[in-house]
Design a protein around this ligand. Structure first.
Ligand SMILES: [Ca+2]
Length: 268
């Protein structure tokens, strides 16, 4: 059956290749369907503990905290970079731009490296955490959206419901798991954060964050993170995208693409 809305969304994607997929935010694509409901899944909301400034020009694609400094990856063709940021002020401390024809996506840190992936370029950069310089470049198949490190493996999303586990030295794929909620696939899995043996992920085009058991792919909790920005702030901002475990266990920093604010929160 001809689905007009779907066709319109596909046309929008075809007509705006530079803005499509993970990068669009809301450039003509339809809203994601709501997550399936399952009474067994914990429903959480967000308690804001503190609010900080965030660079409203940063199209945030990856966020992680290490030794009191944010490492952030930003997207869009022509303005992608990797940067270190002062959490208190939002000031950019250092940055390295990507080539104009590359779209930055997720970022994570292993013990001695920063990893940054790209959207459709199939390139993963292993960088020096001190200088942000590229140490080695790896190639992979498919799209790159989010990435985190669980202490043993890199975990990567590609916009589908599948997470791919990768070797943290060779970037080789080790296996996959499919993310499900109540037995149904959850796709558009975007920015990731490995914390407490679980994978937290925000779902593209929604204000929802899911907690995924990496052993089974099952979603054990859904966080409603809507309403963080005021109406004015939201008017010039794109979607929620950016989650980083904070110093205190169970607390997280959350921001989004072109968000002027970053929030320290607890899920309750
Ligand atoms: Ca993250």
């Amino acid at each position: 059956m001809f689905d007009q809305k779907r066709a319109a969304a596909l046309f929008a994607v075809a007509a705006l290749p530079a803005l499509a997929g993970c990068g669009t935010g809301d450039a003509g694509a339809e809203e994601s369907s709501p997550l399936p409901e399952d009474p067994a899944v914990e429903q959480l909301s967000v308690e804001v503990l503190d609010t900080f400034d965030h660079d409203a020009d940063a199209f945030t694609q990856g966020l992680e905290l290490r030794d009191g400094v944010f490492y952030e990856s930003t997207g869009l063709y022509g303005s992608s970079d990797v940067r270190t940021v002062d959490p208190g002020t939002g000031d950019v401390l250092d940055s390295e731009a990507l080539p104009d024809d590359q779209f930055g996506e997720g970022l994570t840190l292993t013990e001695d490296a920063v990893w940054q992936i790209t959207w459709q370029e199939g390139l993963a950069y292993q960088r020096d955490p001190e200088t942000l310089d590229v140490v080695e470049t790896f190639e992979y198949e498919g799209e790159g959206w989010g990435i985190c490190y669980d202490g043993e493996r890199l975990v990567m999303s590609d916009g589908s419901s599948t997470l791919t586990f990768r070797d943290p030295a060779s970037f080789e794929a080790l296996g996959t798991v499919d993310v499900t909620l109540g037995g149904e696939a959850v796709d558009q899995i975007n920015e990731l954060e490995c914390a407490g043996g679980q994978v937290w992920a925000n779902v593209w085009q929604t204000d929802e964050i899911v907690r995924i058991d990496p052993a089974t792919g099952e979603v054990g909790a859904v966080v409603d993170a809507s309403g963080l920005l005021t109406e004015d702030e939201a008017a010039s901002a794109d979607v929620l995208n950016g989650i980083a475990a904070a110093e205190e266990e169970g607390t997280f920093y959350i921001t989004g693409k072109l968000w002027p604010k970053l929030f320290l929160v607890r899920f309750v």
